[in-house]
Design a protein around this ligand. Sequence first.
Ligand code: ZN
Length: 247
Amino acid sequence: MRYLALTDIHGNLEALEAVLAEASTRGYDAVLVLGDLVGYGADPNEVITRVQALEPVAIVRGNHDKVASGIEDAEGFNLTARNAVQWTFDALTPANRAYLAALPAGPVVVDDFIEICHGTPYDEDTYVFDELDALRSLETSRRPVCLFGHTHVPLVCLSGGNGLEVQPLESEGADVVTVLPDYKYLINPGSVGQPRDGDPRAAAALVDTDTQRVELFRVLYFVEQAQQKVRRAGLPEVLARRLALGR
Ligand code: ZN
């Protein structure tokens, strides 16, 4: 089985379409979504429709999905995120608000190999910022591969023989991780719609349970078009600018 893992799409339809086109070339059987379908970007309804059409075999909610659907308040959001999430709440159709509100909290076990969550397997809203968070996530995870999002930064951590190891990622093109037996992996594919690692290209991952390999890949998309929509929507200007910087 080859899974396409998508996270932090954040209403960026251009980035999502580019990732799906690249993933189709590489080939996949099923889709996993790790939350934050909306927030920041100008196409929340269109992104939800596109994700629904993919019929994900597993999906969890993100913090923006909760606030944009009205099931949680924006406490803890900075001013920009708050403005964007309010805009998103107003823009969403009632049906799409209900769809987001009904998304399950992570973690969700996908199969014998994979578990997915938004922040960490022990708390859906916690960010993996340091080694302690990573270790705790690896200890809590119930499968060899735990896929997560939330930080918008691609990351591969593994624990096994010598404790924790953080695997460096290639900055150019795809990076392939071979899952070794007796090790546990914590992998963030990086954000589809708002990368924050200094690389503006959309990020995603393919997980192959037969070959036990994970491919992290990046893809160029029409950033200018996504920026134009953000500006036209009256969303904060910084949300348009950061797309070009990947910050
Ligand atoms: Zn996010």
